[in-house]
Design a protein around this ligand. Structure first.
Ligand SMILES: [Cu+2]
Length: 382
């Protein structure tokens, strides 16, 4: 078998997931049969012709596309397009490279924003330049494996899915092409989040409106990069070539990297998020695979939806909040002091050794009432 044949076999095997079929594959296989597809097509199609349609252009995290916090009218059909990109990504300062699988080229994929009761209409494109079959499972949607059963596409295909955003909150979406492919694609970067705002905007637990001046989306990603005998991170010709080694690392449940926005340092230094004293920032934080615990060093969570669901009253004045693996959370904070704030996963080993650290660069006037250095460091007794 020459190299080209080898490539073709591995491509076909990966597309079908056949090379990795196991118990999980049987349990979680998502490829619908014709009968299953028919069974899913129940209920009257909504009459959407009279509703306003809005095309939204997605932007790469940590930024978020422009949107209204309070909806000006009734439900809309919000149209998004996402292109799946399999691409090499450098994930740390040592040049460690992975074959990432991405929604729209970024890890995480872009944050989508709609309002409760809007229809989300997504065109998902899997270009022919990709090697693998992909789909999308929206945790915020209802039915058909979160859309996963209706969106499974091969390279060279596109699909359009529509679902109604009935529950307000921040929710994860991720690729889930069946069996062992599911965790592999998710920990290769194929996840993101959607924010479904209440039509009349966010509220505290007493019905008072809460607004933000700025929103940032921080997607946390665990990577499982195999090492060679000398302990150096390995690189592979293709995602498929690295599959067996990567699964061995994945099964240790010990990530080699835990990062924000796809790479160590992607949100620090020159890439820091910015704010000003007096500005209120909403931080949406997702983790599609693993528990995490965000903490803003030197600040707080004024109002935090730890579970990420806006029908629940937010917690107030939190020091650290919990986001369960496979979910997103949202924290609102008004900066009160200038300076550089580290925003971390407060498992500090993951923050400092594995990469889960971001920075906020905050401008403004220092408030001595909140904190002051009463005496500079001097010799003891001086
Ligand atoms: Cu995928």
């Amino acid at each position: 078998m020459d190299r080209q044949d080898d490539f073709n076999v591995s491509r076909r095997a990966l597309l079908a997931g056949a090379a990795f079929a196991g118990v999980l594959g049987t349990v979680l296989a998502t490829v619908p049969t014709a009968g299953q597809e028919e069974a899913m097509e129940t209920g009257p199609a909504p009459d959407l012709a009279s509703l306003p349609h809005e095309k939204v252009t997605l932007v790469a995290p940590p930024f978020v596309h422009p949107h209204q916090q309070v909806s000006a009218g009734g439900p809309r059909v919000v149209e998004f397009v996402m292109t799946i990109e399999e691409k090499e990504l450098v994930i740390d300062e040592y040049g460690t490279t992975v074959h990432a699988m991405t929604f729209n080229g970024s890890v995480p994929g872009p944050l989508m924003v709609v309002h409760q009761d809007d229809y989300v209409e997504l065109t998902l494109i899997n270009p022919d330049s990709n090697m693998l079959q992909h789909n999308i499972d929206f945790h915020s949607s209802t039915g058909a494996l979160g859309g996963g059963a209706l969106t499974l596409i091969n390279p060279g295909e596109q699909v359009k899915l529509r679902w109604r955003a009935t529950r307000p909150g921040v929710f994860v979406y991720h690729c889930a092409p069946g069996g062992p492919m599911i965790p592999w694609h998710v920990v290769s970067g194929m996840n993101g989040a959607i924010m479904v705002l209440p039509r009349d905007g966010l509220k505290d637990g007493r019905g008072n409106p809460l607004r933000y001046d700025k929103v940032y989306y921080v997607g946390e990603q665990d990577f499982y990069v195999p090492r060679d005998e000398e302990g150096n991170f390995k690189t592979y010709e293709s995602a498929g070539d690295g599959y067996d080694d990567m699964v061995k690392v994945m099964r240790t449940l010990t990530p080699s990297h835990v990062v924000f926005n796809g790479a160590v340092g992607a949100l620090t230094g020159e890439n820091a998020m910015t704010s000003k004293v007096g500005e209120t920032v909403l931080i949406v934080h997702s983790q599609a695979n693993r528990d995490t615990r965000p903490h803003l060093i030197g600040g707080h969570g004024d109002h935090v939806w730890q579970g990420g669901k806006f029908n629940n009253a937010p917690d107030v004045d939190l020091e650290t909040w919990f986001i369960a693996g496979g979910s997103a959370g949202a924290a609102l904070y008004t900066f009160l002091q200038p300076g550089i704030y580290a925003y971390v996963n407060h498992n500090l080993i993951e923050a400092v050794e594995l990469g889960a650290t971001a920075h906020f660069m905050v401008e403004g006037e220092w408030n001595d009432d909140l904190m002051v250095q009463v005496q500079a460091p001097t010799p003891i007794g001086g």
